[in-house]
Write a protein that binds this ligand. Structure first.
Ligand code: ACM
Length: 538
């Protein structure tokens, strides 16, 4: 009988040669090129931890080994070719070859899945045995991301590290950190100390759905990452060839900023938000606001090494600007006819500054509304129709549409499902999703991203319930070509993948629905439904 390998994502070409290799029969891990020594030690560490087998890393070794080699001309970063790899496992050993270290990192992720699931545990729990296979693999899309919202609910650094490791295991290559929002600012900025002192926490949080209740829990919530924490996060991701994209969300979603520095707004500072929704408070379009942003971006680029900085730009109400003498003066001075153009003024200034720091800007699709500089990458969230709009306006896009890949939406129809914002996004819906909309030039699509907005995910356990197993299915959609996925449907591989999640201690949602302790019950996590209104493109 054919054994089930249940790899997720499915490699593009996989031949199961039959038989197994006991890694204990090998003498070393050979990193032929010094650039892959770190990855080789990562493999050594993982094997030691999960199986107890200790293989040292050497630059050469005669005899059976895990051999890691770079071969051929080096592709550019963030290309599909840079993540391609060839993996051969036979009775004589393991051969992992790629043209770029990122390809080696992806090959190691697949290798981790070929080990027994229990080898993913934190102490030796499985033999170091892998099936003999021949794999030739390359991703379909260049940008395969997961967004984590640690602004609405803060999570400890360890959870971010764990999510990076899980992204790596699923051959995702981007973790987008949503670092700032109305309910909290999560990054230390030494020149703006009140962000850590005031903006990083709120006095309490609404209980249940914000549209359903006006009860608050009376419990302060907050936290922030120091620069040392963020450097550690970036370094941890970088070892795995995962990019961490920082998002500093301006000029809207700024209640926390304005609680700390009210002079950047209308001056009538309100406390850090304790409930969820879209608030009218925005930055005033002043030189002081731009100076604030510049101070923040200066620190961001010292800490994050990714070539992109996300500037947010979503859901920016114009109501305050409509009555602001400062905005009126700006509009007169700059010849801005429509108040929407005030956001465009911010977008242009941020883009110019971030570009001067040698980074590329990404913004949510609202930056298109008043016309954005074409060098800005657009993360399209409202509706796939905006993908077309963005591409027609000359932008590269990251496809992240709310109806399909917002994993804060309900996963099933049962009244037992715990509290969500709205919507219904089942694993079947994710599996059937096509990330490149028809009629769009695929070259303009950098890739896609799933979102874990955390208004209604207070704890890491809640995030895990929402993220898994949808994230695994999502990773399969982005990595494997449609023909590959058709030949080996992901929903047939999912069951066999769940023991890996279990071994990692991930409290995923079982395919048949929540465990009793994961249900919403009748208290604060009780299901609340309101119709999900899909945004229509203008
Ligand atoms: C968003 O969901 N407001 C990007």
């Amino acid at each position: 009988m054919q054994r089930r390998l249940s790899l997720i994502p499915q490699p593009q070409h996989l031949v199961d040669a039959g038989g197994e290799l006991d890694l204990a029969t090998l003498g070393a891990i050979v990193a032929v090129d010094s650039e892959t020594t770190g990855l080789a030690w990562l493999l050594s560490d993982l094997l030691a931890r999960g199986t107890g087998l200790r293989l040292a890393v050497q630059s050469d070794f005669e005899g059976p080994a895990v051999r890691i080699r770079l071969e051929g001309p080096r592709p550019e970063d963030l290309t599909c070719e840079s993540e391609a790899y060839r993996l051969r496992i036979d009775a004589d050993g393991v051969d992992l070859v790629a043209a770029h270290p990122a390809g080696i990192a992806r090959g190691l992720a697949t290798f981790r899945q070929l080990l027994p699931a229990d080898a993913l545990r934190a102490a030796p729990a499985a033999p170091a045995i892998v099936p003999c296979v021949a794999i030739d693999d390359v991703p379909r899309l260049r940008w395969r991301g997961v967004h984590i919202d640690i602004a609405r609910h803060f999570q400890p650094k360890e959870f971010v590290l764990a999510m990076i490791d899980r992204a790596w295991l699923h051959r995702l290559n981007v973790v987008h950190l949503h670092l700032t929002d109305d309910q909290g600012w999560r990054m230390e900025i030494p020149s703006r100390p009140k962000l850590a002192e005031i903006a990083s926490w709120r006095s309490e949080t609404v209980v249940g759905h914000a549209l359903d209740t006006e009860t608050f829990d009376g419990t302060p919530h907050g936290g922030h990452y120091t620069l040392a924490d963020l450097r550690e996060i970036v370094a941890y991701a970088s070892e795995r060839h995962v990019m961490v994209i920082p998002e500093i969300n301006l000029p809207g979603h700024t209640r926390a900023v304005l609680a700390a520095y009210p002079e950047l707004g209308t001056g009538h500072g309100k406390p850090v938000a304790t409930t969820f929704g879209v608030f009218e408070e925005v930055l005033e379009p002043t030189e002081e606001s731009l100076a604030f942003a510049r101070d923040v971006f200066d620190v961001v680029v010292q800490v994050f090494d990714a070539p992109f900085v996300h500037i947010g730009g979503d859901e920016v109400p114009t109501v305050q600007w409509e009555s602001s003498p400062v905005a009126a003066e700006l509009m007169k001075r700059e010849g801005i006819a429509d108040v929407r153009g005030v956001q465009t003024w911010f977008t242009r200034a941020f883009t110019e500054y971030v570009t001067s720091l040698d980074r590329r800007v990404i913004g949510w699709d609202e930056i298109l509304d008043g016309g954005a500089p074409t060098e800005a990458v657009v993360s399209v969230w409202r509706n796939e129709a905006y993908v077309k709009k963005a591409v027609e306006a000359g932008h590269e896009v990251i496809v992240a549409p709310e109806p399909y890949v917002y994993f804060d939406h309900y996963e099933g129809e049962s009244p037992d499902e715990p509290l969500c914002i709205h919507g219904l996004t089942t694993v079947e819906k994710v599996a059937a999703w096509e990330p490149v909309p028809a009629g769009v030039d695929p070259d303009s699509v950098l890739g896609a991203q799933c979102q874990l907005w955390s208004e209604y995910m207070p704890d890491a356990r809640d995030v895990e319930y929402r993220a898994f197993p949808r994230l695994a299915v999502f990773a399969d959609v982005l990595w494997a070509a449609p023909e590959t996925r058709e030949a080996a449907p992901v929903l047939e591989r999912l069951e066999g993948h769940l023991p890996r999640l279990e071994a990692l201690g991930i409290e995923y949602r079982p395919l048949e629905g929540p465990e009793p302790w994961q249900t919403g019950g009748t208290g604060a996590r009780k299901r609340f439904d309101r119709p999900f209104q899909e945004h229509q493109a203008e």
